[in-house]
Ligand binder design. Structure first.
Ligand code: ATP
Ligand code: MG
Length: 570
C-alpha cells in the first residue's frame, strides 16, 4: 500500500482519557477511534491486525475440531428467561423492545442461543460431542468502559461452546480448548499464564483465565515460583497450616478501655502488640443471615471465598442495624466473645496464640483471648486474600503476586444450561440425559490491545510479526530524487511479487517525520533508501524490535526480507 493513499491518521497527542499506553498508542497510530463511550471504530491499520488475530484464532479452533457458526446478536427475552439470566444478568444486558413490543436484548454472550440451537437439532449420543464457535460482536453495557478497546461496551469475542455426553467427554473438550488457547497466545508472542479462576456469574464448576502479564492489568494473579500453580487473586488458595500450638500460660481475658483507637494499627500500637496479634471481626450478611468472619489484623477477607464456603447466593457486609443486633454495639468494635451469630475463622487463626479483639462494646477491646476457652470456635476455612510470599497450596513454594489482563476464559459449565433449558439427548440405552457443556471465550480487541500493552517503547508500538498490520515499510528519504524514488518503487514491486505485506512511504515529507510514523505504527522491518548508500547499490534495513540495522545490496533486499518474515512466522 502507498502511504499517500492510506487512511492512516496518526497523531502526536493521545486523547486525555487514555490512561493506558496501549490505548494511547492505538489512537496515536490511527488504529481506532472512539464513537461514543465504550464504542470504537477500527480503522484500516487496526482492522488488519484485528483480522490477523481472528485468523490465528480461527485456525487453532478449526485444528482442534471446533466448527464455525455465526449466531444472531439480537436475542429474544424468552431464552434468557428460560436460563434465569434475564433477571440475574443485571444492567450489563442491554434490553429493548421491538415494534411488536417484544422484549429483546443484545447478546453479551451466547450460551442461551447456542443451547437452543443444539437442543433442537441434536437427538442422540451418536451426534455428540460437538464444539461450535463464532467470532462475533458482543454488547455489554459496562458500568465503567475504559482503556479503549480493552474494556469497551461493544467488542469482538471468539466464543466456543462444547456439548458432550458425560463429564469425562467434557474434560477432553475442555483440555482441547485449553491447549488451543496456549497455542493462540504463544503464536502472538505474548507473555501469558493460564490461571485457575472462580466461575463467577456464568456459573459452573471449573475455569481457567488466560492472563497476559502487564503491570497495568486490572487483575491480580498469583503464581508459585517452584511449581506451575497459578490462580487469580479471587481464587488463589491457601493451604490449611499444619499446626500444633503449644500450650502456654495465657493470663485471663481482660477488657481494656481503648478510646479513640479505631484502626487495627491503632489498636496494635495502643496495646503494644503486632497487627498480626489482633483479630478483625467482620459481620457479613449471607443470604440475610448474619455470620462473623474472623481474620488476622494484617490480612484481608476474600468475600468470594466466604461466599463459596457458605454456599450462598449473596454475601455482603452487614448493615449497622444487623451489627447492633449481633454485637450489641456500634460498628467498629465487633469481636467473637459473646457474639450472637455463627462464627467462622480463617486458617491463620489456628497459628495464633492469644489474641486481641473488639469487645462488642464501644471504645473497648479484649486482650488475652484464647478460642474455645473464651468463645467457641469450630469452623476454620481458607477465607483470606493471598499475599506475596504466602506458601503455595500445592508444593509449599513461594507465591508471587503480579498483574495481568484477562484475554481468554475457559469454563466447564456442567449441566447448568442444559438443565435449565432442557438440552437432552438419548444415550445408548435410549434414556434421556442432559448434555455436559463448556464455554470458551477470547476477547479479540482486548488481545490486540494487550499485545500493544506488552510490546511498545518510547517511540511507539513494536508489533510481534504475527500481528503486524504490514511487515515492511520502505522509506525513501526524498521522493523528489528520481533515483531514490525509482529504487523504492522497484523494491516495492519486488516485495509485492513475493507476497510481502509492504507499505511504501511515498509521501513528500521530511525523513524524520516518516521515521517517527514508521516507529509509531510499529512495522517490524524498515528499509531506508538514501542517496549515499544507494550510490553504492545498497539500502539499510532496520529491525523495529531490536533497533539493529543492516546494510544490504538493493538487489538482495526483497529476498532477504521475504526469508526473514517466513522464518519469523514459522
Ligand atoms: P472481565 O472480568 O474482564 O469483565 P468477563 O469475565 O466478564 O471479563 P467473559 O465473560 O469470560 O469476560 O468474556 C470472555 C472474554 O471476552 C474475556 O476473557 C475478555 O477477553 C473479553 N471481554 C470481556 N468483557 C470485555 C469488554 N468489556 N471489552 C473487551 N473485551 C471483553
Ligand atoms: Mg465482565
Amino acid at each position: 500500500m502507498r502511504y499517500s493513499e492510506m487512511f492512516l491518521p496518526t497523531v502526536r497527542e493521545a486523547p486525555s482519557d487514555a490512561e493506558l499506553i496501549s490505548h494511547q498508542l492505538m489512537v496515536r497510530a490511527g488504529m481506532i477511534r472512539k464513537l461514543t463511550s465504550g464504542v470504537y471504530s477500527w480503522l484500516p491499520l487496526g482492522y488488519r491486525t484485528l483480522r490477523k488475530f481472528e485468523e490465528i484464532v480461527r485456525r487453532q479452533m478449526n485444528l482442534s475440531g471446533a466448527q464455525e457458526v455465526f449466531l444472531p446478536m439480537v436475542q429474544p427475552a424468552e431464552l434468557w428467561q428460560e436460563s434465569g439470566r434475564w433477571v440475574y444478568y443485571g444492567k450489563e444486558l442491554l434490553r429493548f423492545r421491538d415494534r411488536h413490543d417484544r422484549e429483546c436484548c443484545l447478546g453479551p454472550t451466547h450460551e442461551e442461543v447456542i443451547t437452543d440451537l443444539v437442543r433442537n437439532e441434536i437427538k442422540t449420543y451418536r451426534q455428540l460431542p460437538k464444539n461450535l464457535y463464532q467470532i462475533q460482536t458482543k454488547f455489554r453495557d459496562e458500568i465503567r468502559p475504559r482503556f479503549g478497546v480493552m474494556r469497551s461496551r461493544e467488542f469482538g469475542m471468539k466464543d466456543a461452546y462444547s456439548f458432550d455426553v458425560d463429564e469425562a467427554g467434557s474434560e477432553i473438550s475442555y483440555r482441547k480448548m485449553f491447549e488451543a488457547y496456549k497455542r493462540i497466545f504463544s503464536r502472538c508472542g505474548l507473555n501469558f499464564r493460564p490461571v485457575e479462576a472462580d466461575s463467577g456469574s456464568i456459573g459452573g464448576s471449573y475455569s481457567h483465565e488466560f492472563m497476559v502479564m502487564a503491570d497495568s492489568g486490572e487483575d491480580a494473579v498469583c503464581y508459585c515460583g517452584s511449581c506451575d500453580y497459578a490462580a487469580n487473586l479471587e481464587k488463589a488458595e491457601i493451604a490449611r497450616p499444619d499446626v500444633n500450638v503449644q500450650d502456654v500460660e495465657v493470663p485471663p481475658m481482660a477488657e481494656v478501655h481503648t478510646p479513640a483507637v479505631r484502626t487495627i494499627e491503632d489498636v496494635a500500637r495502643f496495646l503494644d502488640v503486632k497487627p498480626s496479634g489482633v483479630v478483625k471481626t467482620l459481620i457479613f450478611s449471607a443470604d440475610e443471615v448474619p455470620v462473623a468472619v474472623l481474620v488476622r489484623g494484617d490480612h484481608d477477607v476474600n468475600e468470594i471465598k466466604v461466599k463459596n464456603y457458605l454456599h450462598c447466593g449473596l454475601v455482603e457486609l452487614a448493615d449497622d442495624e444487623t451489627i447492633k443486633k449481633v454485637t450489641g454495639s456500634v460498628k467498629g468494635f465487633a469481636g467473637a466473645v459473646g457474639i450472637k451469630c455463627r462464627i467462622i475463622a480463617d486458617f491463620s487463626l489456628l497459628e495464633m496464640g492469644e489474641m486481641v479483639m473488639g469487645a462488642n462494646r464501644e471504645d473497648f477491646h479484649l486482650r488475652h483471648i484464647i478460642p474455645n476457652r473464651d468463645f467457641p470456635l469450630q469452623e476454620f476455612a481458607d477465607l483470606r486474600v493471598v499475599r506475596d510470599n504466602d506458601l503455595c497450596p500445592r508444593c509449599g513454594g513461594k507465591i508471587t503476586i503480579a498483574r495481568g489482563i484477562e484475554v481468554g476464559h475457559v469454563f466447564k459449565l456442567g449441566l447448568k444450561y442444559s438443565r435449565a433449558m432442557r438440552a437432552v439427548f438419548l444415550d445408548k440405552n435410549g434414556k434421556e440425559q442432559f448434555m455436559y457443556m463448556g464455554c470458551y471465550g477470547i476477547g479479540i480487541g482486548r488481545t490486540v490491545a494487550a499485545t500493544v500493552e506488552q510490546n511498545n517503547d518510547q517511540d511507539g508500538i513494536v508489533w510481534p510479526v504475527a500481528l503486524a498490520p504490514y511487515h515492511v515499510i520502505i522509506t525513501p528519504v526524498n521522493v523528489n530524487e528520481k533515483q531514490i524514488s525509482d529504487a523504492a518503487e522497484n523494491l516495492y514491486r519486488e516485495l509485492i511479487d513475493r507476497g510481502v505485506e509492504v507499505i511504501l512511504d511515498d509521501r513528500d515529507e521530511r525523513v524524520g517525520v516518516k521515521f517517527k510514523d514508521a516507529d509509531l505504527i510499529g512495522i517490524p522491518w524498515r528499509v531506508t533508501i538514501g542517496p549515499k548508500r544507494l550510490a553504492e547499490g545498497n539500502v539499510e534495513i532496520k529491525r523495529r524490535c531490536s533497533g539493529e540495522t543492516k546494510v544490504i545490496a538493493l538487489n538482495e533486499a526483497a529476498d532477504f526480507l521475504n526469508a526473514e518474515i517466513i522464518t519469523a512466522l514459522s
